[in-house]
Design a protein around this ligand. Sequence first.
Ligand code: GLU
Ligand code: ZN
Length: 300
Amino acid sequence: MNPAAYVGRFAPSPTGPLHLGSLVAAVASFLDARAAGGRWLVRMDDLDRPRCEPGAAATILRQLDAYSLQWDGAVLYQSQRDEAYAAALDALRAQGAVFACTCSRSQLAQAPRNAEGETVYPGTCRLHAPPPTAHAWRVRVEEANAHFVDRIHGALRQDLANEVGDFVVRRADGLFAYQLAVVVDDAFQGITHVVRGADLLWNTPRQRYLHTLLGLPPPAYAHVPLVINAAGQKLSKQTLAPALPARGRGAVLSGALVALGHPPPAELVNADPAELLAWASAHWKIENVPMRPTIAKSAP
Ligand code: GLU
Ligand code: ZN
C-alpha cells in the first residue's frame, strides 16, 4: 500500500478523562498509522450531548499531548456535524432504506436479545407510515450474513438480520445514532484504517451495511484488546476507571504497550512517552496484538 494513503483516527467520546483502556485504543491507532507512515486524526464523538461532560474534550486533548500522541490537522467535533448526518439520513430515506419506529422502551424490552445483550428489533414498525409524533428512524436490514475481516480477529460473520435486526440511525429525541455518525465521519475524513476497542467489534457489520447503502468506501478494521478490571468489567466511567495519572507516564504507556503485545525493553520502561512511542512505532506489528483482554492492576 502507498503509505501516504493511510489515514487513521482516534475517536473518543468525551464523557470523562482518558483512562488506561482508552489510552490503549489511542496508542494502537496512533502506532498503526505512524508505522505505516500515515496520518492520525482525532475526532470527538460528542454526539450524545447529554452523556458528554463539560471540559472533557479539552482534558482528553491535553492528555494526548502529555503522552506525545501528536495528531494531524484540526480536531473534528461530531456536535458540529448534524447537517452531514441529516443529508445521509435523507439519502437513506430517498431509497426507502429507513422507516419510522414508534416502539416505546417498554415494548422493546420485550424483544429478544443477542449475545451482546442488545435488543434484536422484531420488525414491528416496518410497514407503518411515518407518524406525526416523535419517532426514531431505523434502517431496514435485509441482508442475512455479513462477512467481514478484522486484522486482529480474522474472518468473522454476523447474521445481521437475526442477531441485530433493523437498527436506529436517528433517535426519537432527534439525536443521530453513533452507527450513522461514525460511517459519515470516517468517510468525510478519508479514514482508511479504523483501529479501536474490541467492544465495538460487533458494530462493524452495521457500519459496513451503511457503507453499502450510502455508497461509501469501507475502511479496514482492527479491534484491539480491552482493559478490564478485576471484576472482568471494561474500564469505563461507569466502572469508575481512574483517569490517567499525571505522573509516571512512561510506566503507564509501557503498560499500554504490554496490553498491545509490544512490551518495551527494560531500559525504556520509564522513558519519556516520545521515546517509547518512537521505539514502538519502529517495532509495531499488528499480528503481535493479542485478542485477549488485559486485566488492569488495581488503581494506585
Ligand atoms: N466514540 C467511540 C467510543 O469511545 C468510538 C467510536 C469508534 O472508534 O468507532 O467508544
Ligand atoms: Zn418500532
